[in-house]
Design a binder for this molecule. Structure first.
Ligand SMILES: [Ca+2]
Ligand SMILES: [Ca+2]
Length: 330
């Protein structure tokens, strides 16, 4: 009779089984690791692709904004000889869906802001420039006062920008002030490349900067303030004695009839102030009714990422060109 008894496993069979189990485990580990690497690689490629796609969308938005300004330039030749908030370029593009995400864009007139570089002075500055810088200093001082910030910041900012190394009295600050800090640094003694440079200046902490940020800019050259786009607070900073209600009158006037000449604006201003309080000759070079510098901010949101592009655009008499691009903060 055949025996039903199972043969006892030999020692060799046990070792073979164990070896097989080890080999299978190792193969599984290797397979898992390879799959994991592959998944990471796919995800990484996907992220790069999404980021690239987002960047191209921001460039598309920039081209669109530039097109709007070029159109404005052509209209200007026809009749509309001003830059105001009622014009097409000034309208915000609300979140607009696009393949895989959405885009939002807003064009801001940078001449609606106070240009910090108006405080810049060459070493051998002409009297005319000195006069303009002194007027800018007064405007900046009034802006700080209206924002309830220390007015002493004006002198330190002027010192940061002017090419000389003599500190203004009593609140100025040149190299000696900053070289004693940790880490030490020197004054720029030149134009600012970005308004964020203000954070380096004596008396400007994050809180001060954030309060000032919506009202300031740093343009590559001296610029006038566009009275058709400037904020109410900045209009008040322009003229001593112009209170909030007066400034609101100017805002409603320009909403009805945007100013096409600075002289019209000054006449209206003198009407409001009910006196000839404004010295037209002094203030006129600081004002304009149109603008050359614009900022476009585009935010593109894709599945898991978002891209922010800040473009600085210059509108001349003939064309609109992109001066600089910054990804992230400006
Ligand atoms: Ca215009
Ligand atoms: Ca200086």
């Amino acid at each position: 009779m055949p025996s039903n008894r199972v043969k006892p496993r030999t020692h060799e069979q046990g070792v073979a089984l164990l070896t097989a189990i080890i080999i299978v485990s190792m193969a599984s580990i290797a397979a898992v690791a390879m799959t994991h690497d592959l998944q990471l690689s796919i995800r990484r490629t996907g992220n790069i692709q999404t980021a690239d796609q987002g960047y191209f969308y921001t460039l598309g938005s920039e081209a669109w904004s530039r097109g709007m300004l070029i159109r404005d330039l052509k209209n200007r030749k026809k009749k509309e000889d001003y830059d105001g908030l009622d014009e097409d370029w000034a309208q915000e593009l609300p979140p607009t869906p696009l393949e895989g995400g959405e885009v939002r864009a807003v064009t801001t007139d940078l001449q609606a802001r106070f240009n910090l570089n108006n405080l810049y002075l060459e070493k051998e500055a002409k009297d005319e420039d000195k006069k303009l810088a002194a007027s800018a200093l007064t405007i900046f001082q009034r802006l700080l006062r209206l924002l309830e910030l220390p007015e002493s910041i004006t002198q330190a900012t002027a010192d940061w920008l002017d090419e000389n190394v003599n500190a203004l009295f009593p609140n100025g600050a040149e190299d000696m002030e900053y070289l004693s800090l940790d880490p030490p640094y020197r004054t720029a003694n030149g134009r600012m490349a970005s308004p964020t440079e203000l954070r380096l200046i004596k008396g400007v902490d994050q809180e001060v900067f954030e309060k000032l940020a919506p009202y300031i800019t740093a343009l590559p050259e001296r610029s006038a303030i566009n009275v058709n786009t400037a904020d109410k607070l900045l209009l008040q900073a322009l003229f001593d004695g112009l209170d909030e209600a007066d400034a609101e009158l100017l805002l409603s006037e320009r909403e009805e009839n945007p100013f096409t000449e600075t002289q019209t604006f000054l006449t209206k201003l003198n009407d409001i102030l009910d006196e000839n309080a404004v010295e037209s000759e002094e203030i006129e070079p600081l004002l304009s009714v149109d603008s050359h510098f614009f900022q476009l901010e585009t935010v593109v949101r894709m599945e898991n990422s978002s891209q922010r592009l800040i473009s600085l655009l210059h509108k001349s008499e003939k064309d609109v060109v992109v001066v600089s691009r910054t990804i992230g903060a400006y």
